[in-house]
Design a binder for this molecule. Structure first.
Ligand code: SAM
Length: 277
């Protein structure tokens, strides 16, 4: 491939999560123009490069690499363009690269990130759950107690929760979700961008029953919609709060204060406070 020379530095390159057609033109250009490709597994990345007809030296790298290996890579990117890829998807998203980017930036080494596939974004855009606010929480712990603690810590977060999951652990996670975050809308997005892509939604209980009967294969993203809004307070409770506030506040202040505390409309409360006064 005939591509213009690249500047020295680190290039974060996202690669397909199942469908090779999802590799961007820019990703292919950078992979063919870089001097070195740092990757998690040279066999996995070697297959991708073969498919693209690209031959480049590869260096095995992950965040547990020795200080020495990381320093070698950092020294290389001061002199020439070095690409970082993971086995699939976007590096640094539950994949290696964080330490490398952090140190490269501290040292003033140019870092460029090429956008591309990531299972979390594909799942989120497919599941039909709210996307205005979401929290990606990586993999849940594998042990029951730690998984339960993690879910308990996240249950009140007012956002769609996104987890990476594995087939053998899916039912345990769904069962824990049914107990710890009951009533949530759950989605299981499986084998995204591949032949057997599936996105199934429902309650955690129903999905646990389904996947107990049909043990899931392949790669999985598990999502939980935001917690349900708390029930509106009873009229009598609102009146009691207004009366208490009116004891030492003006009508306007009392309406404002109770509206804020109970998450209600200030104008409506002002009208009610006028009646109660
Ligand atoms: N960095 C990758 C990304 O950007 O998506 C994720 C790497 S993480 C080690 C691997 C996990 O991502 C899998 O266990 C699975 O939870 C999720 N995943 C990756 N590819 C997927 C796919 N095609 N369908 C569903 N989930 C996928």
């Amino acid at each position: 491939m005939d591509t213009p020379p690249l500047q020295a530095g680190l290039y974060i390159v996202a690669t397909p999560i199942g469908n090779l057609g999802d590799l961007t033109k820019r990703a292919a250009e950078v992979l063919s123009a870089c001097a070195v490709i740092a990757c998690e597994d040279t066999r996995v990345t070697g297959k991708l490069l073969n498919h693209l007809g690209i031959k480049r030296p590869m260096r095995r790298y992950d965040d547990h690499a020795s200080e020495e290996a990381r320093e070698r890579l950092l020294a290389e990117m001061c002199e020439k363009p070095v690409a970082l890829v993971s086995d699939a998807g976007t590096p640094l998203i539950s994949d290696p690269g964080y330490k490398l980017v952090r140190i490269a930036r501290e040292r003033g080494i140019p870092v460029t990130s090429l956008p591309g596939p990531s299972a979390l974004v594909v799942a989120l855009t497919l599941a039909g759950l709210p996307t205005d606010r979401f929290m990606f929480a990586g993999f849940l712990p594998s042990k029951d107690k730690a998984r339960g603690d993690a879910l308990t810590g996240l249950a009140a977060v007012p956002a769609t929760l996104v987890f990476y999951e594995t087939g053998p652990r899916l039912v345990d996670s769904l069962t824990a979700m049914a107990q710890i975050m009951p009533g949530r809308e759950i989605a299981v997005a499986r084998e995204l961008t591949k032949l057997h892509e599936e996105c199934r939604t429902g309650t955690a209980e129903d999905l646990a029953a389904h996947y107990t009967a049909h043990p899931p294969r392949g790669e999985i993203v598990l999502l939980a919609g935001p917690p349900p809004a708390p029930p509106a307070p009873e009229e009598a409770d609102v009146d009691a709060a207004l009366r208490a506030a009116l004891a030492d506040m003006s009508v306007s202040q009392a309406a404002g204060s109770v509206a804020k505390a109970l998450g209600l409309d200030r104008k409506t409360l002002y009208a009610r406070a006028m009646e109660l006064k």
